[in-house]
Design a protein around this ligand. Structure first.
Ligand SMILES: NC(=O)C1=CN([C@@H]2O[C@H](COP(=O)(O)OP(=O)(O)OC[C@H]3O[C@@H](n4cnc5c(N)ncnc54)[C@H](OP(=O)(O)O)[C@@H]3O)[C@@H](O)[C@H]2O)C=CC1
Ligand SMILES: O=C[C@H](O)[C@@H](O)[C@@H](O)[C@H](O)C(=O)O
Length: 301
């Protein structure tokens, strides 16, 4: 799995032409790992970009790419998982994905048409039955591997007690502002890889803020090293031994975001970053509404 991937959740939503050319550009500058989801509406963008990259000879085969997509919460039911991945594969125009993950730690009613939602449309996730559906996806060869996203330590504990196939990874918010020490320790111990999402604090989106990109400590380090603040944040995440997905559809920013491999942070710089006051940026309460079940999960994530 290439350790730095390109996210495709854009705000405001990007149209097909712009998204497709941004993804083709990303392949040109070296991205080989793409993160999509049914709910982003970007699976079709990726399909068209892959076709164009193949026709331009930027890649010889789809196998050169690592593609993750996600089971949305309205399909979090044993019998809906295989149909859901098949629908994603149709949109992606692929025969398999590299990673299929449970997107949100809730089940949403099929009546959900927009967000936020009424409390009665949200249920706790039935981890055992949904994971059986995920395992079936892997057995059928529809995905190379399976994992989860936004799972708390408690949920992982439960999952590990019933899983026949070990969850490969947990994709969670992680950045210098939300370092996830406890969850990382737990996952390390259990052999679950972490992928960091919103490593730039989802700057400029509806679900993010400026807490990473305008963080004083990161800006100071960036100035002294001749790097961008984003590069310092991404390099710090990378140095924690996790993979990450960062989104940019801007030519220059997607290039610099990938340019984090041939330099490093000093002990002193890492120490300063470790001291940054912690605050979670992306919350389910802001996406789904401040319901008891949602607030409870936010607190553990
Ligand atoms: N599993 C889950 O629940 C979640 C998964 N994700 C996944 O993770 C990916 C990344 O997270 P995301 O929430 O997009 O947030 P990121 O932290 O990747 O930030 C993306 C935002 O930052 C801007 N940006 C990118 N690079 C720079 C830069 N160098 N300097 C300044 N601004 C920059 C982008 O704008 P521009 O494009 O204009 O550069 C965009 O608005 C998502 O796209 C999605 O694939 C995200 C949230 C939740
Ligand atoms: O309304 C907000 C959006 O759903 C946003 O939160 C997601 O698209 C996010 O990137 C995710 O993966 O959960």
């Amino acid at each position: 799995m290439p350790l730095v991937g390109m996210g495709t959740s854009s705000y405001p939503p990007t149209n097909m032409e712009k998204a497709k050319s941004a993804i083709v550009e990303a392949i040109k500058v070296g991205y080989r790992h793409f993160d999509t989801a049914f709910v982003y509406g970007s699976e079709e963008h990726l399909a068209k970009a892959i076709a164009e990259a193949l026709s331009l000879g930027l890649i010889k085969s789809r196998d050169e790419l690592f593609i993750t997509t996600k089971l949305f919460a309205t399909f979090a039911h044993r019998d809906l998982v295989v149909p859901a991945i098949k629908m994603s594969l149709r949109k992606l125009e692929l025969e398999y994905v590299d990673m299929y993950i449970i997107h949100w730690p809730f089940k949403l009613s099929k009546d959900v048409k927009s967000l936020p939602v009424e409390r009665e449309l949200i249920e706790a996730l039935d981890i055992k039955s949904v994971w059986e559906g995920m395992e079936e996806c892997k057995r059928l060869g529809l995905t190379r591997d399976i994992g989860v996203s936004n799972f708390t330590c408690q949920m992982l504990h439960h999952l590990l007690s019933i899983a026949k196939i070990h969850p490969a990874l947990n994709q969670v918010e992680m950045s210098p502002i939300w370092q996830q020490k406890k969850l990382r320790e737990f996952c390390n111990e259990k052999g679950i890889h972490i992928t960091a999402y919103s490593p730039l604090g989802a700057f400029g989106t509806q679900w993010g803020d400026n807490s990473v990109i305008e963080c004083d400590v990161l800006q100071e380090i960036a100035n002294s090293k001749g790097k961008t603040t984003a590069q310092i944040a991404l390099r710090w995440v990378y140095e924690q031994g996790v993979s990450l997905v960062a989104k940019s559809y801007n030519k220059e920013r997607m290039r610099t975001n990938l340019d984090i491999f041939d330099w490093s942070l000093t002990h002193e710089e890492s120490h300063k970053i470790a001291q940054i006051p912690q605050r979670k940026t992306v919350t389910f309460a802001s996406i789904l509404g401040p319901h008891d079940l949602v607030l409870d999960i936010d607190q553990q994530l």
